[in-house]
Structure formats: structure tokens, C-alpha cells
Design a protein. Structure first.
Length: 299
């Protein structure tokens, strides 16, 4: 990922204090971190009262505060502290959408010169995802690039990214078809029944991951064509899992394109704006079972 020209973390070393400015979009993913998830030093000093409308969070602390340490060398006085990012746990305890990060901060004071400061950039370790799909007839499931124009060449993601998944079926020789995704399950092994497992699409077409407070997961409207279905899923990993791979298995199904969507054939996302489930096609009634869990089994 190309870093923004503006540093994510900037440090100003002043005469008796340091000022740390943190970009809310800390990782350059377009998903701002919360001010409450950031702290300075081992004493967990909070930032100045943040303005939610601002793109930056600011810390100001005396050089000896917040658990900082001092090293004296023949040429310099070096004050060290650490910026901590500790993400709020996901509303689903089974999965993790962000990992903690630490940024070491140093202020160097030449013992016989003027004070200067420099910028510090955070680093983070990406995790990788491998998508596997079972083919039946001519079904396919692909990771797509950012504008959906072609298949994504890399299957590596960082927490905070969005996976763009496109399911297709080739319908030559058949009546026109409409494609649905009944279920998608993420696991740490190719065995879709293994544990831990997370069904982010379930109940015959409910994108249940869109119900979580901290996600932008959704089916993409409109469809490019009836036999194709696109959906976004925010990247995640399993809590406590030290591996760097996820396997995604999806059950794809078709119905005649002339048949109207119904509780058996649906693609439903949760709209945080309205607080209701919304269908990609059809009436809202077909999604009512996504909350009750009583969706009928597809025929």
C-alpha cells in the first residue's frame, strides 16, 4: 500500500514537551480509528479533547510524562515513548477486524545544539486471504480489483481493507438465470466445517456480517447482470489465530430470471441508515427472516 504523502504520525519535539499528531485514517484504508483507541506511553495518556470533525488527533505531554524514558549519551538527550493503537473489540467476539499497533516515538536533544524533530511512520503486518470456490456447472467466485473491472492479482489484504467478491454463472444453453449466494463461510483450513468458522452470509442470502456495527459489508446494487452478484466484505481474521490465511467457501445457486425474488431466493444487506434489512431486489418483506433466523430452506 502506498503511504500518504502526509505522515500518519507526526512528532514535534519542543523545549519541554512533545506534541504528537495522529491522522485518524492511521493505516490509509479510509476507515478512521477512534480517538479512544489511541493512547500515549505506558501511562496510557489520552489525547486532547478530540473534535470528531477533524482528521487528526493530538497528544501534548511534558517530556517526562506518560511513562517516557530518558537516555543520556555523550551527544544527546533521548526521550522515548510509544503511541499505542488498541482497537475496540468487534461486536462479534469470534472475529478480529483490526490489530493493535505501536509506534515508537523519540525526541533527540543535542546537548550542544538546537532541537529538531522528525516524522515517524507506523508499520503493520498484513494478513493474507485465499479464496476457494467449488465449481458446479460453470459457477465461479472471484476476488475483484477496486473498480470491479478485472480479477484481483493479489490475494493479500490488510485489516481495514474490503474484499470485493463477484459470483457468476454462465448460462449458455439454459433459460435466463438469476444467481444467489446462500451461504459463505470463512475458516482457517480448507475444511468448511472446521472450527473456528464464521458464516458471513447465511440463512439463504442474508449478509449477516453487514449487521455488525463496525463493518461496511453489503451486496452491491445494481447487479451487472442477473447471472452475476457482487458483494463487499470487510477484511477480518479470527481472534487468537496466529496464521495468515483464510479460506472462503460459498454455496451458489440459481433460479429462473423470470421468477421474482422471494424468501427462498434473496440477497439481503442490513442498512445502518434505516436500521432495516434491505433486499437487492424484491420487497423488504423477503428479508424479514434475516433477524428472526427463521428463513425457509431454499428448494
Amino acid at each position: 500500500r502506498a503511504l500518504s504523502p502526509r505522515p500518519a504520525v507526526a512528532v514535534r519535539c519542543q523545549e519541554g514537551q512533545l506534541a504528537v499528531t495522529v491522522r485518524r485514517d492511521l493505516f490509509g484504508t479510509g476507515r478512521p480509528v477512534r480517538a479512544a483507541e489511541l493512547s500515549l506511553g505506558t501511562a496510557s495518556c489520552p489525547p486532547l479533547s478530540p473534535n470528531p470533525a477533524q482528521a487528526f488527533v493530538t497528544f501534548v505531554a511534558a517530556l517526562h510524562e506518560c511513562g517516557s524514558t530518558l537516555q543520556v549519551t555523550p551527544d544527546s538527550l533521548i526521550y522515548r515513548t510509544t503511541l499505542f493503537y488498541k482497537p475496540t473489540p468487534s461486536s462479534n467476539p469470534l472475529i478480529v477486524r483490526a490489530t493493535p499497533a505501536e509506534v515508537l516515538i523519540e525526541c533527540h536533544y543535542p546537548r550542544k545544539s538546537n532541537v529538531s524533530s522528525g516524522a515517524v511512520h507506523p508499520t503493520w503486518a498484513p494478513f493474507h486471504s485465499t479464496v476457494a470456490a467449488q465449481e458446479r456447472l460453470q459457477f465461479s467466485l472471484r476476488l475483484m480489483d477496486d473498480d470491479w473491472s478485472k480479477e484481483r492479482l493479489s490475494n493479500g489484504f490488510q485489516l481495514g481493507d474490503s474484499l470485493r467478491l463477484q459470483a457468476d454463472v454462465t448460462s449458455e444453453g439454459h433459460v435466463p438465470l438469476r444467481l444467489f449466494v446462500d451461504q459463505c463461510v470463512a475458516t482457517t483450513t480448507p475444511d468448511r466445517s472446521s472450527f473456528p468458522r464464521y458464516a458471513f452470509i447465511d440463512l439463504g442470502g442474508c449478509l449477516v456480517d453487514s449487521r455488525a456495527e463496525d463493518t461496511g459489508s453489503a451486496f452491491v446494487s445494481p447487479r451487472p447482470r442477473p447471472e452475476s452478484l457482487r458483494f463487499l466484505v470487510d477484511a477480518f481474521k479470527f481472534a487468537g489465530d496466529t496464521g495468515n490465511q483464510l479460506y472462503i467457501s460459498c454455496h451458489l445457486r440459481v433460479s429462473p430470471a423470470a421468477q421474482a425474488p422471494n424468501p427462498w431466493n434473496k440477497a439481503c444487506s442490513f442498512s445502518k441508515a434505516s436500521g432495516l434489512w434491505a433486499p437487492l431486489e424484491g420487497t423488504a418483506a423477503i428479508c424479514s427472516c434475516c433477524d428472526t433466523g427463521s428463513c425457509p430452506s431454499p428448494g
